[in-house]
Design a protein around this ligand. Structure first.
Ligand code: NZQ
Ligand code: ZN
Length: 387
């Protein structure tokens, strides 16, 4: 194992009936709150009323920014920064999924500087002293509730870029599994795919190729996510399944899966972001297309690890390493299809003539993330394997 420092400052309040604690928790960071949310799911499922009641009881002054879209936009972040500056906001509260939380983080980082917030995403400026962010999570997927990452789309250039800083880790995140009962089946599955993708990036793309404890931890998370997602396809209100998938998704990207692995690349994400940037598809839907393609591309270079994945996650114990690897890829791809996730570019009406454009977009992120081995030929090959 490589040396590591693991420091995650986010306080997690997990469980049923915990949303009412948000007011007192947020009040620890100031009186003026910017409440950020999406296109209305929290109004329809009653979470908005519960959050605002708790903020009111804590005598907080609330300014609202709503309408954050999935694959969140830079223009909305800019709107939030203006509100935060004009209302002397002390703390940003995100109530939603990854898109809302990522927007809240970008607002928190941008509200304390005078330069263009996009500079953070281009790697031109460092994040220094952001406003505190708190969250009430409503969708198990991104892990944004317990990490310092954020991904925003600049709609003028169609660039969807991710960046992050430990200082952006939420101060507190409330994870009430009942808040996710209303997530529709498609987004439940996309969320599961995203959490699995985070596990797989650490599993396959780390400097340390084998780490017994990290490998088994990650395999355990993947098995649990698949089981919980299968249950939720039949019983969307199953509390234990919602709780399991929520906690697994958080752990998949809060630093624990990364500990001791050295440098880790996120190539599947690097390529997926170009799909969701250009076609506005759900991040998890883009990943269920890219993961099988990446795995097929890596079949020769990562045979042993793919075979281990097949053995431990899908109990494939017979055959050569090569055949086990191939069967494991097939089983994961079949599972994506079973939960109605797209597995080919054409399933999201993405034309193979666009592969060059998608490759160019991916290269911008590859450069910023220093994924040097992913040259245009390799990215094109992976995208072609998704056809
Ligand atoms: O707009 P609202 O009303 O919030 O509706 C959302 C949206 O339509 C809906 N939804 C959320 N909670 C719900 C609900 N519907 C019913 N009941 C609920 N309880 O679901 C839709 C998708 O929401 P979104 O926030 O976009 O999904 P997700 O959590 O998957 O976040 C996706 C974004 O996160 C980024 C992705 O790139 C994408 O932009 N990521 C962020 C990461 C991070 N910060 O660490 C890492 C990830 O790899 C990922 O890249
Ligand atoms: Zn992801």
């Amino acid at each position: 194992m490589y040396n590591f420092v693991l420091e995650n400052p986010t306080k997690i309040i997990f469980g049923q009936d915990t949303i009412k604690q948000i007011g007192p928790e947020v009040s620890l960071f100031g009186k003026n709150v910017l409440l950020v949310y999406g296109s209305g799911s929290i109004v329809r499922n009653g979470i908005y009323d519960r959050v605002t009641a708790s903020l009111g009881d804590a005598c907080l002054h609330v300014t609202e920014l709503n309408g954050i879209r999935s694959n969140p936009l830079l223009s909305d972040v800019r709107r939030g920064i203006d509100l935060a500056k004009n209302h002397s906001v002390d703390v940003v509260l995100a109530v939603g999924g990854g898109s809302v939380i990522d927007s809240a983080k970008a607002i928190a980082a941008g509200a304390v500087v005078d330069h263009n917030v996009w500079q953070f995403f281009r790697g031109k400026k460092g994040i220094t002293n952001p406003l505190p962010v708190c969250t009430v999570l409503t969708l198990a997927a991104s892990g944004s509730e317990m990490n310092g990452g954020m991904v925003i789309t600049n709609e003028q250039t169609s660039a969807k870029l991710g960046t992050g800083n430990k200082k952006l880790c939420p101060k507190v995140s409330i994870l009430d599994p009942t808040a996710t009962f209303s997530v529709p089946a498609n987004y439940t599955a996309y969320g599961a795919v995203d959490a699995i993708a985070h596990c797989l990036e650490f599993y396959f793309n780390a400097q340390l190729v084998n780490s017994p404890v990290q490998d088994r931890f990650i395999e355990g998370l993947i098995i649990n996510i698949i089981e919980a997602c299968n249950t939720l396809m039949l019983e969307p209100d199953n509390y234990e399944a919602r709780a399991n998938i929520m906690w697994c998704a958080t752990m998949a990207l809060n630093g624990w899966t990364a500990a001791g692995l050295g440098m880790v690349g996120f190539p599947m994400h690097m390529i997926e972001h170009s799909l969701s940037a250009y076609y506005d598809i759900a991040h998890g839907a883009g990943l269920s297309i890219i993961i099988p393609a990446w795995m097929r591309w890596a079949q020769n270079s990562h045979t042993k690890k793919l075979a281990q994945f097949a053995e431990r996650v899908f109990q494939i114990h017979t055959g050569t390493s090569g055949s086990k690897a191939a069967t494991g890829i097939e089983r994961l791809t079949d599972w994506f299809a079973t939960v109605h996730c797209p597995i080919k570019l054409s399933h999201c009406s993405i034309d193979t003539n666009d592969i060059t454009k998608l490759t160019e977009h991916s290269l911008i992120q590859a450069k910023i993330w220093r994924l040097k081995e992913y040259n245009p030929e390799i990215i094109e090959e992976i995208l072609s394997l998704a056809s």
